[in-house]
Every structure is written in C-alpha cells, then in structure tokens.
Write a protein of this length. Sequence first.
Length: 135
Amino acid sequence: MIRLLGQGTFGKVVEAREKRRNKRVAIKIIRSVQKYRDASKIELRVLETLKANDQDNRNRCIHLRDCFDFRGHICIVMDLLGQSVFDFLKSNNFVPFPNSQIQNFARQLFTSVACTQPPLFTTWDSTDSEQFFMI
C-alpha cells in the first residue's frame, strides 16, 4: 500500500503497486460487514460485464483488474485514475465547471453507457435551448 485515497461507508480506497505489471492501482477494500460484502458482489458483476462487453476499453469504462478476499474484506483492484469530481471541485473552492466541460463529461458518459448490454434506450434532443436526455 502506498497511501489512502479515500474512505466512505463501504470501506476504503488505497493506492498500491501491482507487482505483476509494476503499475500503480487503486484497491477498493470493502468493510467486513455482510451487507457491504453483498453489495460489492453486485458491483463486481457490473464491472465484469463492462469488461466482457468492451475488452479493448474503447468506451473508456472502468475495468476490473483483480478481486480477492483478504481477512473477510473483499478487495477490488482497478486502474488508478485521477481525482474524483468531488475532490477536484473541493480543491477549486467549488467553482462550477463551464458548460463546455459539462458537455464533454456528458459525451464521455454517453459513450460509456453505449457499451452496456443489453443496450439501453437513449434519446438525445439538442434542437432546443433545453437539452433532453432519457435512458
């Protein structure tokens, strides 16, 4: 373990070095409480589905790298990404993102949603000043 990245109700996230690939990774360590373990199993199924549907990661979804049980704690290994949106906003005194940046976030989100199976029904209407999206 290199350092603590964050913590919440379900557990902690730490930065670590994966020996096999010699890369920094994030490990989500789920608290050893049955209801959190059960919820993490659902999260693992979603992560496995995302990876199976987009093995080359063309849609830029988070990919599960590994999973293991350590002393009753489910540990989920993923690539180490950047700062969370909340932490970024906090470090910038909660100055709102410009609309152009929000549109970029939305495009990335829609691209990622497109790789889910079965496909979700999506509608995008940007002909008005009001933009509409429905899943």
